[in-house]
Design a protein. Structure first.
Length: 238
């Protein structure tokens, strides 16, 4: 068993089950650990989930699998590698950083906090976001921002088809090209406040917002209430 020394501890995942690893992390936090290094995660799924602990940093030295860092409220989680589907799903608060690429559904349904992906994400990044911020240093896949309700998504690279499809509220910024916006997703005029937000959001990751020509996407609000006057719009949405 790992021990807490000066507020720090290390968990080795080698030859251990996911449930045992997560119990070990929670035990160490309960004993006062503020810095936890997790070695040899080897793509295991659902690591470091359901943690309600502020001021704790958990660093994974290697890739994690599906649904890592989900349903958390408070911790700062860093992944030095890639991550699978569903990263940080339903995060309430806290911060997740992935220094690699992430699969589909990154930051789905988050309500708060920040999720940062240094590389690319797969399809449906940021779907059903209800708050918080998702920053993607690379590009996002198909239907990202689908049914977004609140929050902000910042994509420094390109966005595939269906960006912001059926989004209700929230804002998406894209620094590269947009293959095609989704149903009722419209380009809006950038404001001075948008520029300030982008600068403050990206600078902690060493990204210069002024080096991008961002496009701002928000809801056109035509899907807020059902109308028979635009049947084609509703067909694409449904």
């Amino acid at each position: 068993m790992a021990e807490v020394m000066a507020g720090a501890a290390t968990v080795d995942c080698r030859d251990r089950e996911t449930r045992d690893i997560n119990r070990e992390i929670k035990r160490l936090i309960g004993e006062g650990a503020k810095e936890i290094r997790v070695s040899n995660p080897a793509g295991r799924h659902a690591l470091a989930v359901a943690l309600k602990v502020p001021d704790v940093r958990i660093e994974f030295d290697g890739p994690v699998g599906w649904y890592g860092a989900g349903m958390n409220f408070g911790p700062h989680i860093v992944v030095k590698g890639n991550a699978g589907w569903g990263l940080a799903e339903c995060q309430m608060d806290g911060r997740v950083e992935v220094h690699g690429h992430v699969g589909s559904g990154a930051a789905a349904s988050i309500r708060g906090g920040l999720v940062y992906v240094e590389g690319d994400t797969g399809a449906r990044a940021g779907i059903a976001m209800k708050g918080g911020v998702l920053v993607v240093g690379g590009s996002v896949g198909y239907m990202s921002g689908f049914m977004m309700q609140r929050g902000a998504m910042v994509v420094c690279g390109d966005a595939a088809d269906g960006l912001g499809d059926s989004m209700y509220e929230g804002t998406i910024y894209v620094g590269g090209t947009i293959a095609a916006p989704g149903a009722d997703a419209e380009e809006k005029e950038m404001t001075e406040d948008d520029g300030v937000f982008l600068k403050e959001t990206l600078s902690p990751f060493g990204i210069d917002a002024s080096s991008f020509d961002f496009t701002k996407i928000e809801s056109g609000r035509r899907l807020w209430n059902f109308s028979t006057k635009e049947p084609e719009l509703w067909k694409t949405a449904l």
